[in-house]
Design a protein around this ligand. Sequence first.
Ligand SMILES: [Zn+2]
Ligand SMILES: [Zn+2]
Length: 191
Amino acid sequence: MKSPDDSDSPFGAREYLQAHVAKHPEDIETLVALPKGVSRNVWIYEHMRLACIELNYFVGYLHIECTEESCPEMVLSDWRFLCAAHRPPRSCTALYYIVHTLDQAISILTDVDQFPLLASIPDHSLKVLKDMARRLDRIFMHAYTMHPTTFHKFENHYHTYSRFARLMQSYELVAENHLTHPEFTRRYANS
Ligand SMILES: [Zn+2]
Ligand SMILES: [Zn+2]
């Protein structure tokens, strides 16, 4: 496999990740490991971006069963989450929480003030990605706990959560006490 520094494109890391995910989505360890010539923060950013894109596909399946009746609020274990896409944050149905969180994540990732140069992402922008990772994890956990059949069907094909869990673990994005199901996350990160 070519390494990203063989490419002249400014989107070398992105192309490299997309090409490898398309070929071997199950190869979690290789996919998450930092490739030669790519900065750590850029690699985290590209993984987060791809996770948002794949979660958007997932919403296409989830919306059929995650309804106002089945999931009137974003509740996980004993926690009830407010949707931070609003000022002030407020309660949304689980599906709206998911859609609003993804919309907000995409607009942050494409914000040129926050991420002006994709080739170099400063450490202070990493904090934004960590907050985002915590929220994206809740989306996966909602699906896993409330819509397990759909979650597993999607995961068996895309391996999005395995990759995301490994990313969080390898790059220490989210502290264990901020994960709603740390044992599950650990199991997927090491699958
Ligand atoms: Zn639901
Ligand atoms: Zn909302």
